[in-house]
Design a protein around this ligand. Sequence first.
Ligand code: F2R
Ligand code: MG
Ligand code: MG
Length: 385
Amino acid sequence: MVSRISRFRGSLVGAVVGDCIGAVYEGEWLPGVNIDRVLQEVAKIEAAGSVSSNSQENSENQDEDKRSRKIYKFTDDTAMARSVAASLIEQNGLNAKDMARRFSEEYFKEPWRGYGGNICLNFHALKESDYSDPFGPAKLQFDGQGSYGNGGAMRIAPAALFACRKQMDFKKLRELVEPITQLTHTHPQAVQGALLESLAVDLALKTESLDPDQFIDYLCDKMKILEDKAISKKKRGADKKDSKDAKRARKKTDDEDAEMKNQLSYCEKLEKIRIYVKQKTQPDTKEINEVLGTDISALNSVPAAVYAFLRATKKLKGIQDRNPFEKTIIYAISLGGDTDTIASMAGAIAGAYYGIEDVPKSWQEACEGVEDALHYATQLHELSI
Ligand code: F2R
Ligand code: MG
Ligand code: MG
């Protein structure tokens, strides 16, 4: 049985290694990333790991090894997740102003971490207004539509750990995840994506014996509630005929509806995942790209992360000799596109299920930010008991 603390550590460290290793390939589109290339990179990490374990007795050699080995840098995904963790721990709950300040200060300290194109404007606006309205700037993005990027989902694992209780409390999880996301992302797809990722992490933390069908049933159940609510909210907005903004609101809704018609919803994508996971022959990466998506939007990336986790329980070409955590990360990266983020989100789910013992030591040593992730996981675990 995997202990609870091991799962907490596995989840946060899983997210970090997914981000760091996935970042090597971010933005490589069709036909995905050849799995042999990912394996070559992983082999380098593992070779460096075995050199350092051979020089355990000699501290001079150890120091030399540390200096010479390649360190895989974390990106915005981990930078923001660390702020979520630190803020929740220090404030013992959500303090929106504190979290917004941390996001922003982290960005100004290290703006080169590969942030999304628009989120930076948010950080500027937050700083200029001295964080007086932490939710204000995000609402104004994209002509009031809000960002649909996956920046909310990619940082949410610490919130799932913070909200983790024996019995799932969907309401409490929503009350935490929604505002954390809305500090930067107000588009319903971004908020729903963060909720889907947090639900998957929460469920993985509590699952003893994984049944992919049951896992998907559970996620579908909850996502249906969210999607139905979003549809009726939108309808209510469009029905406000007396409002002076009604015409503009209706036009916006019509445009969004037209856009939505070409896209599968989260629930529809989860049903596709159910089929892909059961499929005897490994699904084609091109089809995964087209149907689930692997880009920087939440709707076209969170489902791919859930899928990578579940499909890694089955046969996968070229990586059958790897443990399921490793399979999850390597396979997630091989899907291409937003590789750091998809591997990070998949890693958070897989780590929550398999625990820290399945995250290879050599990977942990090679990735920047693992020690801090272990520290945050321990603190979040203490707060959750
Ligand atoms: N930004 C990247 N990668 C690109 C380059 C990194 C490279 N290493 C480098 O340094 O050059 N990765 C990171 O961004 C993704 C998360 O993005 P986030 O936080 O959601 O950002 P943002 O700016 O809110 O959204 C991203 C873009 O999506 C489009 N977009 C969003 N909402 C939109 C809307 N309502 N209408 C139209 N477009 C919308 C925009 O193009 C945004 O710039 C992660 O992959 C992370 O790793
Ligand atoms: Mg990134
Ligand atoms: Mg990314």
